[in-house]
Design a protein around this ligand. Structure first.
Ligand SMILES: *Cc1c(COP(=O)(O)O)cnc(C)c1O
Length: 457
């Protein structure tokens, strides 16, 4: 008999839950984030056996560690097969440096990996318990479309997406606003951090306790577990047995890199994570100094999905290294900074560097990157320069490309002179009608809207 894993809140003031309870709840009642009490361990031998498997089989084996006893094996297998019906290309750039393209899902960003699995798990548990959910999600561009697309048409779940009106591209907006049905979209005169703050306030508002609210943002543990898989996948496909790999992860809210760090703590041989941020450099500063201060308001960069001045998942990272950070970024107990610096390396990349990276990697290596992936790649190049990595030629590196270049056609064309081909998921949306409401950046207005929208007619 498998024992269920337990999840605790990073604020340490809420009870432990099983995975499916934490999944349906989203944020803990004490405003903390759920983290595993114990991290399941994978052996090198099992990692070696992944070599012959496709993405879906690896996803099944890895997520099974986390969901043991919570879902029948055949259901889990059905869910991963249904969720991962697209390619995960590993593109060699030069030497043993690779880009992993996580942009082949239906909404062309890596968010599809987490959200498609999470949506299917939620639906499974809701149907079993005959329950409903109202999912609130703040987006800096890509979460909204991934969530809207993944949950679109599900009967037990309604979706409300909040996005910063001036910080998403036309194409990103249309990916959310052209759906309709159970997907409601709100444009706010605000920044992403404001949208996220409104959502968090709604979760802890007793005046909304009658609504079955949950979250699809990366505060939900259900978003992180699927993101562990692609680290194992790329390792299994590229590494020699037991060899140590270095990943470069372009980061905003730190959900992606948390998936990677959890993979390492499960036993994946990782030498280092390069955490590349845009000009929102609160994390590299913290890693260097041990002191944390958020950036308010967050800085506008062309890698807009990473314009985050206070990443919610930092609380999880700090917890993993033995510290406590609350939802406002106040550190109650210091993390083991020495261990963190041994395992993580971080750098902030300016917009100018991002543009130069897109131009250079295209002209030199025919590597087409969009702004987020370019931040990751620039971080990798910077690491090799700064650390004078003697072994750079033989060292295996994988840099994550988190969106499809066609999501940012104007920027890519300006820099490279070419217009990226549209992936299938982005075709046909340009001419469709859009549905969304406008709201000011105000909690009372948002609450009012939620109450009137969810009132039974
Ligand atoms: C969300 C997003 C990121 C940042 O991921 P986090 O998990 O928030 O760090 C990077 N690139 C793209 C394209 C994204 O959509």
């Amino acid at each position: 008999m498998n024992k269920q894993l337990q999840f605790y809140s990073t604020n340490l003031k809420a009870g432990n839950l099983s995975f499916h309870e934490a999944l349906l709840q989203g944020q803990a009642p004490d405003k903390g984030l759920y983290m595993p009490v114990k991290i399941p361990q994978v052996t090198l031998q099992e990692i070696d056996s992944f070599r012959k498997m496709d993405y879906r089989e690896i996803a099944y084996h890895i997520t099974k560690y986390w969901l043991a006893g919570e879902i029948p094996d055949e259901e889990l297998l059905r869910i991963v097969k249904d969720a991962y019906n697209f390619e995960v290309p590993l593109e060699r750039v030069f030497e043993r440096k690779y880009v992993m393209r996580l942009d082949r899902g239906p909404t062309a960003s890596f968010k599809d990996f987490a959200v498609r699995m999470m949506a299917r798990l939620m639906q499974y548990y809701l149907k079993a318990g005959n329950r409903k959910l109202l999912i609130l999600t703040a987006t800096s561009g890509d979460t909204g479309s991934a969530v809207a697309n993944a949950f679109y048409g599900m009967t037990n779940i309604d979706i409300v997406v909040l996005f910063p009106r001036h910080e998403v591209t036309d194409r990103q907006r249309k990916q959310m606003t052209t759906l309709g049905k159970n997907v409601k979209v709100l444009a706010l005169d605000a920044k992403f951090d404001d949208c996220q703050a409104l959502v968090k306030q709604a979760f802890s508002d007793p005046g909304l306790a009658h609504l079955p609210l949950s979250s699809a943002n990366s505060i939900n543990i259900g978003r992180l577990i699927p993101q562990i898989v692609f680290y194992f996948y790329s390792y299994a496909k590229l590494a020699a047995a037991g060899e140590e790999i270095i990943f470069s992860v372009p980061s905003g809210n730190f959900g992606d890199m948390m998936g990677g760090v959890l993979a390492m703590k499960m036993g994946l041989p990782v030498k280092k994570f390069i955490i590349a941020t845009n000009e929102n450099n609160e994390f590299p500063d913290y890693l260097f100094s041990g002191r944390y201060s958020k950036i308010e308001p967050s800085r506008n960069c062309i890698s807009s999905a990473m314009n985050v001045g206070h990443p919610s998942n930092l609380a999880r990272l700090v917890a993993l290294y033995g510290g406590v950070m609350d939802e406002n970024g106040i550190i109650g107990r210091a993390a083991d900074m020495d261990l963190m610096r041994k395992e993580l390396w971080s750098v902030s990349i300016t917009d100018e560097q991002t543009r130069n990276t897109i131009a250079e990697s295209w002209s030199r290596s025919k590597l087409l990157l969009e702004p987020h992936g370019a931040v990751g790649w620039a971080g990798l190049m910077q690491y090799i320069r700064d650390e004078g990595d003697q072994l750079a030629k033989d060292q295996l590196y994988v840099s994550l490309e988190t969106a499809h270049p066609a999501k940012f056609p104007d920027e890519i064309e300006k820099i490279t002179g070419m217009v990226p081909d549209l992936p299938p998921g982005l075709m046909g949306i340009d001419g469709k009608p859009e549905y969304f409401a406008d709201l000011p950046n105000s909690y009372p207005d948002f609450k009012q809207w939620l109450i009137s929208e969810t009132r039974d007619p």
